[in-house]
Design a protein around this ligand. Sequence first.
Ligand SMILES: Nc1ncnc2c1ncn2[C@@H]1O[C@H](COP(=O)(O)OP(=O)(O)O)[C@@H](O)[C@H]1O
Ligand SMILES: [Mg+2]
Length: 257
Amino acid sequence: MASIISIHSFRGGTGKSNIAANLAYVLAQRGRRVGIIDTDVQSPGVHAIFGLRGDSFSRALNDYLLGRAPISEAVYPLGDGSRTGHEYLAGLPLFLIPSSIHASEIAQVLHEGYDVGLLNDGFYTLIDALALDVLIIDTHPGLNEETLMSIAVSDSLCVILRPDEQDYQGTAVTVDIARKLDVPGMVLVANKVPSRVSKDELSAQLEKEFTVPVAGVLYLSEDVAENGSRHVFSAVYPNHAFTRTIEALADRLTGKT
Ligand SMILES: Nc1ncnc2c1ncn2[C@@H]1O[C@H](COP(=O)(O)OP(=O)(O)O)[C@@H](O)[C@H]1O
Ligand SMILES: [Mg+2]
């Protein structure tokens, strides 16, 4: 059975899209059939990490949500090597469903709204049609109806937070709601952690505060910052501590450990 993994954070800029993309890449490299869907309609971005520009795709999740196309038309097989220019993606069983980066398309979805049930149906259609092992959902920050639905249908929820009081307070809200929605596997991932902070001490502190297991501590990295969402970092730096932590997270979220 396919598993649905939501990557969420209460605030923006925490690293959701980069973590989602790297996780997707690592799992696809292991031979899993992976879908990654950008449900951050207001501020989409995960396509960029896979080397796509806004004009490199003519269909997006927006078309499906607005009733203009079946969701299958918004699927980009990243492994076919034709469009991305990222050679390391060639041959991978990795499928992206991007959100449109065009202002008019974003505005239209925000203005007209959409039925979240449609998004939910879309997830299952994708799992079936692409015979996915894993569907990774890159969510919009904060809590809205589609985020709650995505969380509710997930087998695992990965809540990303920075060591920042604003993130802590927001994460408490998210964790509380996810508990009420009975998400089976909820984990925390701390990102952008300053190098002088001890991984073990931070994990212990977060686990005590939120009573949720910490599945990874990712340090604030000049290398990741310099990459600037232009590449899948794990593909370019396979031996980096960031990559190792993503690999451990992949094990954890897919039940390998
Ligand atoms: N561990 C890290 N160290 C340094 N920069 C990071 C790290 N993780 C993410 N970033 C940077 O932070 C920015 C926001 O990341 P992104 O994945 O787009 O977050 P979100 O999707 O939550 O808004 C990007 O410029 C990314 O390169
Ligand atoms: Mg994002």
